[in-house]
Each structure stands twice: as C-alpha cells, then as structure tokens.
Ligand binder design. Structure first.
Ligand code: MN
Length: 229
C-alpha cells in the first residue's frame, strides 16, 4: 500500500438511480451563459461563436440533501439551477453526431456562486475561481442513466427557494445543446468517464440566506436539495 503523509481525501462520488454502484467524479466543467435570458440578466450576451467554460474542483462537490454553512467572504451567495451531464466514455475531438455516445446519464445540480466575488473578478478581468470554486459550490443529485431519461429537450427545469419559484425554464432553451457542448469541450480536453458538465443556468438567479431550503427539479431526474445553515 502506498504511504501518504496525511490521509488521502475521500473520492467525490454521486449515487446513480437503479444501482448501488456510485459514480466517481473526475472533473467538473461548467458552461457559462447558456440561456439567453440569464445572459441578459447578468448584463451580457451569449457568445454565439462558441461556449465558454470554467471548472469546479471535485473536492468542492456536495451531494444533494446536504445542509451547508453560508460561505465565507461573501454577502451575495447565489443559486444557479443546472442540468448536469455525466460522462461514461472517453471523448476527444468527437463530432456533434457522435457526442452523445459519451454520455452516461444526467442529474440536477446547483452551481452555487459568490456573486459579489465573481462580479469583482469580472470587473478586474481576473479569474472567477473565488466566486465559483469553493467548498460546497457544486451540489448535485443522483445520476439517472441516459436510457431512463431520454433526449434532453422538452423537460422543465425549476428551482424553488422555500415555496417561491425562483427559476423556471426548459432544457430546450439552452443555447448550446448537450451534443454541441461535448463536441466543443472535446476539442479542448481529453474527456474521460467520470467527468461532469454543468450546462448553465436559466434566468432567475438570486441570493440565498441562512435558513433557506432550495429544491431544484428537472422532469425525469432526481431532485437536488440544499439547506443553508
Ligand atoms: Mn452556472
């Protein structure tokens, strides 16, 4: 057995519906501005040339149902409800027509964001890391295998904060389709089984406060839930 200087951190794992085998998470890619209405509410436009990405560390992944503390360094902690694609096969420079072959399944997720830090980063043309990649910043529900879900498109995607409906859209409102995202991302990375792609949020993002309970739903998938302590 390999000796290590301190305990090896537990791997990032997600449950899969219909099996007791867990999905081991390798990387978490996130798509920015993939719904036109959300891009507008952020004072931007969708880049029609190509999707763009940022990443979150798998160490910052939290399973659905958790209660997490309000994070440090922010007074504007936001929810972003997202459709998450889980890859189960390698993909490198795959054409759009073949891209879906790499998909293992789908999940509902929350791209939790320290909006004030992200806004300051944008203003200074610095990286988004402190706004996007911090403890419990990726909250993801159980993965449903793709055959049980079908083709992404007409399904509703919603987020409630308490009883208030904060975000509501359909997967067909995504600017870049799942196949287009995988094909494009596979020109930049050797995608591997275990990679997750958070595909962007619809309009209606907003702040959460201590005591809030979030519930995100995508038709056909397990819900994602989060409580703020
Ligand atoms: Mn997002």
């Amino acid at each position: 057995m390999t000796k290590t200087l301190f305990p090896v951190p537990a791997p990032a794992l997600l449950p899969v519906t219909g099996t007791d085998a867990m999905f081991p998470v390798t990387r978490i890619f996130c798509v920015g501005r993939n719904y036109a209405e959300h891009a507008r509410e952020m004072g931007s436009e969708v880049d029609r040339e190509a999707p763009f990405y940022f990443t979150k560390s798998p160490a910052h992944l939290t399973q659905s149902g958790a209660t997490v503390p309000y994070p440090p360094g922010t007074s504007d902690f936001h929810h972003e409800m997202e459709f998450v694609v889980a890859l189960g096969a390698p993909a490198f420079r795959v054409p759009v027509e073949k891209a879906m072959e790499a998909v293992f399944g789908y999940a509902a997720g929350l791209d939790m964001t320290r909006r004030d830090l992200q806004a300051a980063s944008k203003e200074k043309r610095r990286s988004w890391d402190t706004g996007k990649d911090f403890e419990n910043a990726a909250v993801i529900g159980a993965i449903t295998p793709k055959a049980a879900f079908g083709e992404p498109g007409p399904q509703a995607i919603t987020l409630k904060v308490g009883e208030r409906l904060a975000q509501s859209s359909h997967l067909s409102d995504m600017v870049w389709s799942v196949a287009e995202i995988i094909a494009h991302l596979s020109t930049l990375y050797h995608l591997t089984p275990g990679d997750l792609i958070m595909t962007g949020t619809p309009a209606g993002v907003g702040p959460v406060v201590a005591g809030d309970r979030l519930r995100g739903e995508i038709e056909g998938l397990a819900a994602v839930e989060l409580s703020i302590a």
